[in-house]
Design a protein around this ligand. Structure first.
Ligand code: SF4
Length: 283
């Protein structure tokens, strides 16, 4: 599945295959499973489920985006960002290794795109990267989801061992407080967001404020995507508004997205190493 994305932090979404297995509480309300398994019966989820490679046609889409990248960059002021993958996990052990080889070949080919590879299995990254990864491809940002402190402590420890031009945390769905360590290696970027959809578990606004304060103090770029539902929006939780009243003031994303009246949507600065790598691969 390749498409122009509605996700606020990327321009396109690309799914090289579909299918996955739940690994932690952040997966409880997996949107991909609800759509692809329960609703459309396209892919059976779970340990004994399937992984279905998407069509050749779909795999050509990033090549088209790559060809249009310089126009897109002029229009949007940044290199096009591709989220990979929303209906699967790139570092899932049950995926045929040849599919992952093909994916990394495509990523190399589409060098004008920044690929945001997000996983809940950072413990698998090192052994599943291509042999020419070395200091990281100049166009790949590696991220891991951390829905609470326990997952952050476990997963960041694994991700930070892997060289990458940008390493990021997706604190979404935020299901418990999460604070960044005061010293040691830190992610370059942190996306936060509440759970959306039926039965969404609410978050406490101060979890988001606290982690954004950590980001500011420690030089990590924060990006608050949305509250997920108005039950988590501070205008409702803290100021007693109805969801309707809150929506009239804050209609960003799902459940609104303003943090104390402002959007907090920053991106990591491309570091010197990513530019050097890019120049090296171009030359
Ligand atoms: S890792 Fe992602 S795609 Fe896989 S089950 Fe969990 S939420 Fe769904």
């Amino acid at each position: 599945m390749g498409e122009n994305s509605k996700i606020e932090w990327c321009d396109h979404t690309f799914n090289p295959w579909i299918g996955c297995q739940k690994v932690s509480t952040g997966c409880d309300h997996c949107y991909a499973e609800a759509m692809m398994d329960h609703r459309y019966k396209k892919v059976q989820w779970g340990a004994h489920g399937e992984r279905k490679r998407t069509s050749e046609q779909n795999w050509k889409k990033p090549v088209q985006w790559n060809a249009q990248a310089s126009t897109s960059r002029k229009e949007n002021g940044h290199r096009p960002r591709v989220f990979c993958a929303s209906l699967a996990d790139v570092f899932d052990n049950q995926v045929d290794s040849s599919w992952r080889r093909d994916l990394f070949a495509l990523i190399r080919e589409c060098a004008a795109l920044d690929w945001l590879v997000l996983t809940k299995r950072p413990e698998n990254i090192e052994k599943r990267l291509p042999p020419d990864w070395r200091d990281g491809y100049s166009n790949v940002w590696l991220g891991t989801t951390a829905e609470d402190q326990v997952r952050f402590d476990f997963r960041w420890k694994r991700l930070k061992r892997v060289p990458a031009v940008v390493r990021f945390i997706s604190y979404e769905p935020a299901l418990g407080p999460l604070r960044l360590p005061q010293n040691g290696l830190l992610p370059d970027w942190l996306i936060s967001g509440g759970e959306s959809g039926a039965g969404a578990r609410s978050l406490r606004p101060h979890w988001v404020r606290d982690v954004i304060a950590d980001c500011r103090r420690l030089g990590v770029a924060p990006f608050h995507k949305q509250w997920g539902s108005y039950d988590s929006n501070p205008l409702v939780v803290e100021q007693g508004m109805t969801a309707r009243e809150a929506r009239a003031i804050d209609a960003e994303g799902k459940g609104g997205g303003l943090v104390d009246g402002k959007l907090v949507r920053e991106f990591p600065r491309q570091n010197r190493r990513s530019l050097e790598l890019r120049l090296r691969s171009a030359g």
